[in-house]
Every structure is written in C-alpha cells, then in structure tokens.
Design a binder for this molecule. Structure first.
Ligand code: B16
Ligand code: MG
Length: 219
C-alpha cells in the first residue's frame, strides 16, 4: 500500500512555541494580562485569533475590543513573532527530524504540512526543509481550526490519498483529536508523555523508523 505523511509544524518539526510565547507575553504586558508557560500550553496548535480570544478571556477583556481592534492586536503580535523568526535556522529542527524527512524522501513517501500557522512557508524556508513537502495546507482556506479534522482531510486530499493511507504527526492534543476525528493513524511527538488517544507515542523522531511505521500502518 502507498503511504503519505502529514506533519504538524510547531512542536513537531521545530519548537516555535517559545517564540509565540515571547510575542504573546509582550502583548499581554501591554494589556495588563499575565501569560505564563502553563497557560501558553493551551495556545499550542490554536490559530492566532483563537489564541488572542483565549488571552483576552483570561484577562476578563473579551468584550473590550471591536473586531478591528482585535485584528490590530493580532497583527502587532505577529509582527513581533515574525521578527523573532529571523533567528530560526536548520539548527532549530527537533531531534531526528532531518533524518526522518530524508528517509521518507528516499522511500518516495509524499509529505504534506498541516499547520495552523500562516507563517509556515517562511518557517520551512528558514529550516531549509521546504523541498521535502509536496503540499502545504493554506490555513486561510479553513473554516474551522484543530481539533476539527478539516486541515488533516485537506492535507491527505492534497497528496491524493485516502485517510487510511496516511500517517499524521502531532504534538498537541487538539491535533491528535483532529487526526483521530479524520480517521488518520496518529503519532504523538511528546517528550512529556501527556498526549491521549494516540496510535503511537514517542518522545522524538529519533525513536521512529520510516519503514517500521509504514509496516505498522499496513497491518
Ligand atoms: P500563526 P502548529 C500553530 O502551529 C501554533 O502551535 C500556535 O501556537 C499558533 O497560534 C498557530 O500555529 C498560528 O500561528 O500566528 O503563525 O499563524 O502547531 O499548527 O504548526
Ligand atoms: Mg503543534
């Protein structure tokens, strides 16, 4: 059977969560809303606007802004985040990612990206892995974010595969829930062992072999 791979970006290929955190924290300070690492966990895999809504709710400011003002706040956070992305390089790939992508490419396994990030194309370029991807789902085309399965269904379709022919890699519970709702074999990349309902749980790509995984899907 032919197999395709679907990758999440933040927390799977690289860890941009820290940079999102820094940028949200700066905006939070301006608004008088404190954001800590524990709260930041809730923002993983969630779109920019949904993240802002969660932050405003935390500060009891959910109804204090018009939608234009919210757009402005989100744009301000993003401009800061994009500045922080300038420091990103291939050294920021998570352990085992480079070898895993190379092995998938050697086996001619098509790969697509299912990231909520509108900055995904820049990040792939910065990490020098854009050439490994046959498709990148454009998150602006989505009607619902993760945990809705939409992004993963689009990622499989973009490769021309049925859901039972692909394997998805995710680090956030919202992503795992979306993969399972789509009917896709879900691999959790989770050094802290917190994800639930995964088909396979590993700490990093160093624990995975492309061949063994494809065999596991075939069974
Ligand atoms: P942007 P993923 C997600 O990436 C991040 O985990 C999440 O924190 C962020 O808000 C979202 O992308 C949108 O990012 O502001 O760059 O469009 O995990 O789906 O790769
Ligand atoms: Mg993620």
């Amino acid at each position: 059977m032919m197999t395709g791979f679907i990758f999440d970006l933040d927390g799977v290929l690289t860890d941009t969560a820290q940079l999102h955190f820094e940028a949200w924290q700066a905006l939070g300070e301006k608004l008088g809303i404190s954001i800590d690492q524990t709260f930041n966990e809730q923002l993983k895999g969630i779109s920019r606007m949904d993240s802002l809504e969660k932050i405003l709710k935390r500060g009891g400011q959910a109804s204090d802004f018009t939608s234009e003002e919210k757009e402005q706040l989100a744009a301000e956070k993003n401009a800061h985040y994009v500045r922080l992305l300038e420091q990103l390089s291939p050294a920021d790939l998570l352990p085992g990612v480079q070898d895993f992508l190379k092995a998938a490419s050697a086996e001619k396994i098509p790969c697509s990206l299912a990231s909520a990030s509108k900055n995904a194309p820049i990040i792939l370029e910065k990490l020098a892995i854009a050439h490994f991807f046959d498709a990148v789902v454009d998150p602006t085309t989505l009607t619902k974010g993760k945990p809705d399965p939409e992004i993963f269904l689009k990622a499989a379709e973009a490769l021309g595969f049925e859901v039972h022919e692909v394997i998805g890699f995710e680090d956030a519970q919202a992503g795992i829930d979306g993969l399972k709702a789509a009917g896709i074999f879900a691999v959790g990349i989770d050094p802290r062992d917190k994800l639930k309902d995964v088909d396979r749980l590993v700490g990093s790509f160093e624990e995975l072999s492309v061949d063994a995984l494809v065999e596991e899907l075939d069974q």
